[in-house]
Write a protein that binds this ligand. Structure first.
Ligand code: NDP
Ligand code: PMR
Length: 393
């Protein structure tokens, strides 16, 4: 029946039969549907926002984003899930978008700062047009984050899962650079941009009728000092948060969370600690009331991604073989994408407040965070200071 339905409908209205529930060492310079008579299908106008030459442009496409169908036997089949992934134009984000899109069970909203790059990336990854929408988001601008939220709401897509994945890593920078609002760029983008985005989109997640709603923030081993990788200097350390409390502006205060001198590699690792603390604070504040699953993860060392674009060429040459043959922590972009896609959609990964990792057989397990990355009092303080910085308190 479902097949017949799909055959008579235009491609943009094809229905998806779902079998499963979706509930389912400084100097580091070297390494420096089933179908019944009661199908309710809606044609919605989708606007895809692109930015070229600084101009935000709107494109209109049609598709059927949300088809929930009651089968005659009373069994419900699941509509397509709708997932927003930040930084889906390369690396882990793109691989995850591709893995989810390929299932035919997910529509991926690729939230990216470079519309054209994202479009090319989706095409070259072989993603079918009806499985994704690109929307502009620059996490280094809080105005852009707010604009994205408005645009997303106008688009009509539900929000079932939000993946905060985008990041910058500036290990060779001698001087700090800043976001539009004047926050040091790594913490401003990786933590504060995502903090505002996820706080604003929490309502949208809560409204979703999808069986398993999830908010996922990508963490990392390098922010966890209970690991060998996390002990490679400079180590993550948020200190007493004095720099964060003063706004990371670098003007009359430090650009670093702990109030110290600027260090790009440390700023990245500190931002990952903030990401992991934020996920746990979300869990404590909202899981029980909303039923949303909050999770973080370390996807493995994806040594080939654009994250290392600012590093010296020798590092980029030696880092992949070092991780493949020495630490054996290497994971391909494709494999890392499958891992994050699991955290998005696997019915067995619904536990909230978990930091997921994978063992050598590529099986997921609940990992332990470092003392600092699991410090509830610090998480509360980071939350409270961050909400002031982004204008929520
Ligand atoms: P990539 O550089 O390939 O991807 C990062 C993405 O973030 C890109 O799409 C980039 O956009 C986007 N981005 C950067 N700045 C902004 C911004 N201001 N606004 C919107 N998007 C932005 O790196 P990875 O895929 O490796 O990193 C993805 C995540 O995985 C990060 O959170 C990282 O911390 C984490 N991670 C990575 C590991 C690794 O070994 N690579 C290990 C552990 C965690 P653009 O394409 O336009 O540059
Ligand atoms: Mg690391 C089991 C050992 C292990 C793992 C899993 C990683 C992951 N790294 C390990 C060990 C080491 N690294 C050792 C022994 C060294 C000293 C030679 C080392 C060095 C090193 C450097 C210089 N490693 C790095 C760098 C980076 O610049 C990367 C970084 O810290 O980015 C913030 C990095 C990484 N090592 C990893 C992972 C996953 C990274 C990328 C970090 C991230 O995205 O969080």
């Amino acid at each position: 029946m479902a097949l017949q339905a799909a055959a008579v409908l235009p491609p943009a209205l094809s229905l998806h039969k779902e079998a499963k529930s979706g509930a389912s060492f400084r100097d580091s310079s070297l390494f420096g549907d089933s179908f019944s008579g009661h199908v309710k299908a809606e044609l919605r106008c989708k606007r895809e926002y692109g930015r070229r030459d600084g101009v935000v442009r709107a494109q209109v496409t049609t598709s059927a984003p949300s088809v929930t169908v009651a089968a005659p036997g009373g069994k419900k089949t699941l509509r397509k899930g709708s997932v927003v992934i930040t930084g889906a134009s390369s690396g882990l984000g793109l691989a995850t978008a591709k893995a989810l899109a390929e299932t035919g069970k997910w529509h991926v909203i690729m939230a990216c700062r470079d519309f054209l790059k994202a479009e090319r990336a989706a095409k070259s990854a072989g993603m079918a047009k009806e499985n994704y929408t690109i929307m502009h988001l620059d996490l280094a601008s809080l105005d852009s984050v707010r604009q994205f939220v408005d645009n997303f709401r106008q688009s009509g897509w539900p929000l079932d899962v939000l993946v905060c994945n985008a990041a910058v890593y500036l290990p060779t920078a001698k001087e700090p650079t800043f976001t539009a609002e004047g926050f040091e760029l790594s913490v401003g983008t990786n933590h504060l941009g995502h903090f505002l985005l996820s706080r604003l989109l929490l309502d949208d997640l809560e409204k979703s009728d999808y069986p398993s709603k999830r908010l996922i923030i990508v963490g990392s081993i390098t922010g966890n000092t209970n690991t060998l990788a996390g002990n490679v200097p400079p180590k993550a350390n948020l200190g007493d948060l004095r720099g964060l409390a003063r706004g990371l502006s670098g003007l009359n205060s430090s650009p670093m969370i702990d109030g110290g001198d600027f260090d790009g590699a440390k700023a990245y690792k500190d931002s990952k600690v903030c990401n992991m603390l934020t996920m746990q604070e979300f869990h404590r504040r909202y899981h029980e009331d909303t039923g949303i699953t909050f999770a973080s993860l370390y996807p493995g060392c994806i040594a080939t991604t654009g994250l290392f674009r600012e590093h010296i060429p020798l590092f980029r040459l030696l880092f992949p073989p070092f991780q493949k043959y020495i630490t054996k922590g290497f994971v391909s972009e494709e494999e890392s994408g499958k891992r994050l896609a699991q955290v998005v959609s696997d019915p067995s990964l619904t536990k909230s407040g978990v930091y997921w990792s994978w063992n050598k057989e590529s099986a997921s397990f609940e990992n332990r965070l470092s003392e600092e990355a699991s410090d509830a009092e610090k998480a509360r303080k980071v939350w409270e200071i961050s909400e002031k910085l982004v204008g929520l308190a």
